[in-house]
Write a protein that binds this ligand. Structure first.
Ligand SMILES: [Zn+2]
Length: 325
C-alpha cells in the first residue's frame, strides 16, 4: 500500500475512534464488548480490561488466520461488538471487506499498525510481515498502545487498565528475558530456526537466530522444489538439529525437507509443533500468550541443542509424550 494512503487510513481510524466515543450510545453500556481476531491479542487484552470490558476472540485453537473465512456466527458476533481489534498488516486477509463495513458503525483498531514503521519487517521491501507477536518485547508495546486507544473510548477504564497493564507487560518482559538467556545457550553454528511457514522473522530478529521457512510468509504458497533442496543442504552442512512444524500450518512440506536431509546423512529431528499463528487450547498454559511464547522458546532451544528446563520458564508447560520431542 502507498504510504500516503496508509497515513490517511490511519488518521481516518483515529478520527472514527474519537467520533464514536463522543456520539455512540453503545458506550454507555455497563460492560462494553471488544472483539479481537487472534487470541494473541484477545487473551492478554482480556486480562488488561478485566473488570471493565468483555473481550472475545474470533479465531480458536489451530485456526489459520491467513486463510480463515468468517462464518455467519462470526459476523453476528462482530455486529454485536462495540469495538473490533484486529492484528492488521494484512494478516486477516479474508476479513478486509467485513472490517470496512464494520468501521462505518464502530471503531476498528489494527493493533500491529499502531507500531511505528521502523519496527516492521518487509522481507520483499513492500508487504509487511504481520507476525509481530513473535517478538514479546514488540508485542508488549502493541498491547500497551492498543490499551491506550481503548481507554480513549472508555476513560473510566483508565485506573483499572493502568494497573492490569503493568502486571501483564511485566510478565511478557519476563518471558522475553527468558528467551534471551536461553537462546544464548544454543551452540552458535546451530542457531538456525527452520519452520513450516515464515512466522518467525520477528522472533529471529529479537533473539539473533537465522530464520528460514519451508513455505512463504502466508500459508498459501507451496514450497518450490529448488527451495527445499537449498534447505536440505543447509541442514546437512550446519548440522541443524531440528526442523519445526506448526500447529496451524500443514506438515507435508516439512516432512519432505527432513526426508531429504536424512538421505544426505543429517541427524535432523522433527521438532515438537510450535505455536505460530494460533495459540494452545484455552484453559491451558499454552493457551495464554506468555505460555505460547514460553513453549516456543523452550521447544526451539531444546531442539537446537541449547539448555532450557523441559517445563519452561514458569514450570507450567505440558511435557510432550515420548518420541514426539
Ligand atoms: Zn502466519
Amino acid at each position: 500500500m502507498h504510504p500516503g494512503i496508509f497515513t490517511v487510513l490511519r488518521l481516518a481510524r483515529l478520527f472514527l475512534i474519537g467520533f464514536f466515543a463522543a456520539t455512540s450510545p453503545v458506550f454507555a453500556a455497563e460492560r462494553p464488548v471488544i472483539l479481537t481476531t487472534i487470541a494473541q491479542i484477545g487473551e492478554p487484552l482480556g486480562r488488561i480490561f478485566s473488570g471493565c470490558a468483555r473481550v472475545e476472540t474470533l479465531l480458536g485453537t489451530g485456526i489459520d488466520p491467513h486463510l480463515y473465512r468468517l462464518n455467519r456466527t462470526d459476523v453476528a458476533k462482530a455486529l454485536e461488538a462495540d469495538v473490533i481489534v484486529a492484528n492488521g498488516l494484512n494478516l486477516e486477509a479474508q476479513m478486509q471487506s467485513l472490517f470496512e463495513r464494520l468501521s462505518a458503525t464502530r471503531p476498528v483498531i489494527f493493533a500491529a499498525e499502531l507500531l511505528s514503521e521502523i519496527h516492521i519487517i518487509r522481507p520483499d521491501g513492500r508487504s509487511a510481515d504481520p507476525h509481530i507477536w513473535m517478538d514479546p518485547n514488540l508485542w508488549g508495546a502493541v498491547l500497551g498502545k492498543t490499551s491506550d486507544e481503548l481507554v480513549k473510548i472508555w476513560p473510566r477504564c483508565k485506573p483499572t487498565v493502568a494497573n492490569n497493564k503493568a502486571i501483564v507487560i511485566a510478565e511478557i518482559e519476563a518471558v522475553n528475558q527468558y528467551g534471551k538467556s536461553r537462546v544464548a545457550s544454543i551452540p552458535e553454528q546451530a542457531r538456525i530456526l527452520i519452520t513450516a511457514h515464515d512466522a518467525f522473522g520477528y522472533f529471529g530478529r529479537r533473539y539473533d537466530l537465522t530464520v528460514l521457512s519451508v513455505q512463504g510468509l502466508s500459508t498459501e504458497s507451496e514450497a518450490g522444489i529448488a527451495h527445499i533442496r537449498d534447505l536440505v543442504s543447509i541442514i546437512a552442512d550446519r548440522k541443524v538439529g531440528a526442523v519445526f512444524v506448526e500447529t496451524s500450518a500443514p506438515e507435508r512440506s516439512v516432512d519432505a525437507v527432513i526426508e531429504g536431509a536424512r538421505a544426505l546423512g543429517a541427524a535432523v529431528e522433527k521438532g515438537s509443533p510450535l505455536f505460530s499463528d494460533a495459540m494452545g487450547s484455552s484453559n491451558t498454559y499454552e493457551g495464554t500468550y506468555v505460555g505460547m511464547i514460553d513453549h516456543n522458546i523452550t521447544t526451539i532451544v531444546r531442539g537446537l541443542g541449547g539448555e532450557a528446563p523441559m517445563t519452561g520458564m514458569q514450570k507450567r508447560l505440558a511435557v510432550p509424550p515420548r518420541g514426539e520431542s
